[in-house]
Design a protein around this ligand. Structure first.
Ligand code: IFM
Length: 483
């Protein structure tokens, strides 16, 4: 909503009452304590310990030691006035082998975390899967009878639903908003297609199988959550939908948009929200997988179980075109490079920068993509929406007096919150904004090189220092809007 003061000099962007002002994090990126309480390795422990996979050989072994310092971190959140916090549960911490009973010590960590949040008046939002698949579900121990094979294996979807049920039984009395998967596109296509994320496989057919089983895992988990949680629980999924724009209006470039939209976006929203895979997606990828064999009878009904909220993770738009004959394709479409394509069936699409105003990830800054995406999802599905991630990495420096001044991040956040307000003003039902991220953290294949936090972390001492963007965000929350 826009409020113009009588003298017309100031314009205020207000947000609806009850709007969730949050930050988001993920277990492997912050927790550390990777062997504590019986936790076993996830595919990310294995991947980060594989030479050459992560910048500087960085791992999440210690990360920010949030596992031990979570009370301090929640104090910081409370000081900033956050009303909500989105965290992820580490699957190998609460169900170490990915099957069988839960590990109570692992669950206790999350019980304490949530109790601490609640005692500070911060509403917890739990994400079940932010990429840390128990390694045993990818590679079963030698001699064992378990299936393994990771997400390309159908069994993993059922394992995920069991884990979701365990987590909900343990935490359902104190957590009422749940997200099943975070950015399944990254799990399937960066993990099994491009190989730049764990488990580092590069097989386009397996990437598509992983996509279907992530969808199935989501639907089965929604069923398990509904069975374990009170009727008032709010269930969501967080998708990094690609805001795809054509380089030109040439039919070939529009066709490139269609292809990326199919395998980047509609591969999730189709089955989850409409109960179908679009025919063009099936055709684009028919030479890679046998969809009739992959999608069993009843799968689509399972996957499209109703959810209550749609979470959108937005960072930047994507500009695409058809490739010119003989043109070397830019493989680095903002997801860490790699020589294999993360776009099965659309490998020959060329990627271009939307503009040259870049974050430290080389991602172009364009808040209009966020309002466009929110409005498109509102119009197509009519669901209440969350911005479940949005933020930016910049090269922050610590001043001699110990402060960290990050005006670029503040400008980025201001622009994107303004875009959220635009979408709300145009009718989208946006219920909250979760800034990525609370703290600088382990940025996957980039290790600790890229800082997304509004709170600076000194990786030698683990001392946390709120940056100027954190103070700015606290002011926005206090005022309930932007000036
Ligand atoms: O750090 C990641 C997060 O884990 C998933 N979404 C994008 C963020 C920035 O790359």
């Amino acid at each position: 909503m826009t409020v113009v003061s009588p003298d017309n000099r100031r314009t205020r962007r207000e947000f609806p009452p009850g709007f969730a002002w949050g930050t988001a994090t993920a277990a492997y990126q912050i927790e550390g304590a990777v062997t504590e309480g019986g936790r076993t390795p996830s595919i990310w422990d294995t991947f980060s310990h594989t030479p050459g996979k992560v910048a500087n050989g960085d791992t999440g072994d210690i990360a920010l030691d949030h596992y031990r310092r979570f009370r301090e971190d929640i104090r910081l959140m409370a000081d900033l006035g956050l009303t909500s916090y989105r965290f992820s549960i580490s699957w190998p911490r609460v169900q170490p082998t990915g099957r069988g009973p839960a590990a109570e010590r692992g669950l206790d960590f999350y019980r304490e975390l949530v109790d601490e949040l609640l005692s500070h008046g911060i509403t917890p939002v739990a994400t079940l899967y932010h990429w840390d698949l128990p390694q045993e579900l990818e590679t079963p121990p030698t001699g064992g009878s378990a299936a393994g094979g990771g997400w390309p294996s159908r069994d993993t979807a059922y394992r995920f639903a069991d884990y979701a049920g365990l987590a909900a039984e343990a935490l359902g009395d104190r957590v009422s908003t749940w997200t099943t998967l975070n950015e399944p596109w990254c799990s399937a296509f960066l993990g099994y297609g491009a190989g730049v994320h764990a488990p580092g496989r590069t097989d386009p057919a397996d990437a598509l199988r992983a996509a279907h089983h992530l969808n199935l895992g989501h639907g089965l988990a929604v069923g398990a959550l509904r069975a374990a949680l009170p009727a008032s629980a709010q269930l969501a999924v967080s998708l990094n939908l690609h805001v795809v724009r054509p380089l030109s209006e040439r039919p070939e470039d529009l066709e490139a948009v269609r292809r990326i939209d199919a395998v980047g976006n509609r591969i999730w929203t189709g089955p989850m929200l409409k109960g179908r895979y679009d025919e063009d997606l099936l055709q684009d990828t028919a030479h890679l997988v046998d969809w009739d064999a992959l999608v069993h009878e009843g799968d689509l009904a399972e996957i499209s179980r109703p959810i209550d909220l749609l979470g959108l993770n937005y960072y930047n738009p994507t500009v695409v075109s058809a490739s010119a004959p003989g043109q070397a394709l830019p493989r680095d479409d903002g997801h860490g490079g790699g020589t294999a394509s993360p776009w099965p069936g659309a490998e020959d699409v060329a990627f271009h920068r939307a503009n040259d105003d870049l974050t430290a990830m080389d991602w172009p800054i364009d808040p209009t993509g966020l309002s466009d995406c929110l409005l498109a999802m509102h119009r197509e599905f009519g669901l209440p929406l969350l911005v479940s991630e949005n933020g930016a990495a910049f090269q922050d420096t610590v001043a001699p007096d110990g402060t960290v001044h990050d005006p670029e991040r503040t400008a980025y956040l201001r622009g994107h919150l303004d875009a959220v307000a635009d979408a709300i003003a145009a009718g989208a039902d946006v219920r909250g904004y979760f800034l990525w991220s609370l703290l600088d953290n382990f940025e996957w294949a980039y290790g600790y090189d890229k800082r997304f936090g509004i709170v600076h972390v000194d990786y030698d001492t683990l001392v946390r220092t709120p940056k100027s963007s954190a103070h700015w965000y606290a002011g926005v929350i206090r005022r309930g809007g932007l000036d």
